[in-house]
Design a protein around this ligand. Structure first.
Ligand SMILES: Nc1ncnc2c1ncn2[C@@H]1O[C@H](COP(=O)(O)OP(=O)(O)OP(=O)(O)O)[C@@H](O)[C@H]1O
Ligand SMILES: [Mg+2]
Length: 372
């Protein structure tokens, strides 16, 4: 039986679409004029501050991906209009109020693209992908953070060759991430010094630890935050949805074809967390395990196939020595990883702010002139 698509569910999902320059989601900013549902086809009326907003395609794209991630939705039609002056001024007062209310947000900026690397089962290479994607994006010139959301099963410090410890700044009381390969890294593995500390941490709830990492870490302005998800994810997914509504998912799978079964699990994960799936990466493809599982899963989920990474010793040795394989210019895996990262940067480009800062200043000036 097809899932029932409700108005409430679509609105909830749309809360994950941010207008990065206004620092709020499109629902609270009153940018959703209407939503109509006809069987599996959802029509969204989207009102932008001005018609030629440079963020238009980004917001439309995000809206589309979000809504398509709702089970039962087959197609999305977006009708974009420009706000009237009155609507714009209402929106600006909401935006200003929000900026004030948000005195206690996470340290992750709403303009940061958050990518959770997840899978339908364990041991498929999530952590390996996370480090390589993070380092790959940093090498493209982006500001990148890597958060090890595998609180107890951490493998990021070893794979990144990160040996520094996390220290709190005496003044701000914020935890400073350690840096490796140009990426800001945070992991429980960088705190736990002794068995005793480990036990103390174990006493903390999983979601509490994650909350600390999002609220108490001085992430700074990041283009991307990569999250290495633990296997079998319930609690962590929930905590993430609450704190990072802009998170989206890259699914890693192996070449063996069990597409339908994995798809059900992934779709369920995505539904519970309202996270759209950016695309699928097939890992460990080649003669041993074959290939094809990734494209099949992508088809099954109706999302882009990002690429396949061969089964290659350079990934294992890169993980063991803390020098991610993506930096290896001679290996086949390194080349495949670089291609996959290029694809990810195309599918989920960094929020483009440069062009908007000036515009928003002008908008506020206009409104204030109008109000005077
Ligand atoms: N393409 C590859 N070729 C060869 N070995 C690989 C490849 N990808 C990952 N591995 C190896 O497979 C093992 C599991 O990888 P990894 O730890 O990244 O998986 P995971 O999905 O994060 O696991 P878990 O679910 O336990 O967190 C590691 O030893 C890693 O080096
Ligand atoms: Mg892992």
């Amino acid at each position: 039986m097809a899932a029932t698509v409700t108005h409430d569910l679509i609105m909830k999902t749309l809360e994950g679409v941010n207008d990065p320059e206004l620092g709020g989601n499109v629902v609270e900013l009153g940018m959703i004029r209407d939503v109509t549902i006809d069987d599996g086809v959802v029509e969204v009326g989207l009102a932008l501050t001005i018609a030629e907003c440079p963020l238009r395609s980004q917001i439309e794209g995000d809206t589309k991906r979000r809504v398509l991630s709702v089970p039962g939705v087959e197609d999305v039609v977006i009708r974009t209009t420009a706000m009237t002056k009155k609507q714009r001024s209402e929106l600006m007062s909401v935006a200003r109020q929000k900026a004030r209310d948000n005195a206690e947000p996470t340290q992750v900026s709403s303009t940061t693209r958050v990518i959770a690397i997840a899978s339908g089962k364990g041991g498929v290479g999530k952590s390996s992908m996370s480090v390589n994607v993070a380092v790959g994006l940093a090498n493209l010139g982006f500001k990148v953070g890597l958060l090890d959301a595998d609180i107890w099963g951490f493998s990021i410090p070893r794979m990144m060759g990160a040996t520094g410890r996390l220290e709190a700044d005496a003044e701000t009381k914020l935890i400073e991430p350690t840096t490796a390969h140009g990426v800001k890294v945070v992991s429980t593995g960088l705190i736990v010094e002794s068995e005793e500390t480990a036990l103390m941490w174990r006493g903390l709830m999983l979601s509490k630890a994650l909350e600390q990492f999002l609220k108490q870490v001085n992430w700074g302005e990041l283009d991307y935050l990569i999250l290495d998800m633990p296997p079998g994810t319930g609690d962590v997914q929930m905590a993430l949805t609450r704190m990072l509504p802009q998170a989206e998912m890259v699914v890693v799978t192996t070449p063996q074809s069990a597409a339908q079964r994995v798809a059900i699990r992934v779709a369920d994960m995505a539904r519970r967390s309202h996270m759209p799936v950016i695309g699928v990466v097939e890992n460990m493809s080649g003669e041993v395990f074959g290939s094809g599982g990734g494209t099949e899963l992508a088809e099954e989920l109706g999302v882009p196939f990002i690429g396949s990474i061969p089964l290659d010793h350079s990934i294992v040795s890169g993980g063991d020595t803390g020098v991610p394989a993506i930096t290896d210019s001679s290996s086949q895996a390194g080349a495949a990883l670089r291609e996959a990262v290029d694809q990810i940067a195309i599918l989920i480009p960094p929020a483009d702010l440069e062009t908007c800062t000036g515009r928003i200043a002008k908008l506020i000036a206009d409104l204030e002139a109008g109000a005077a």
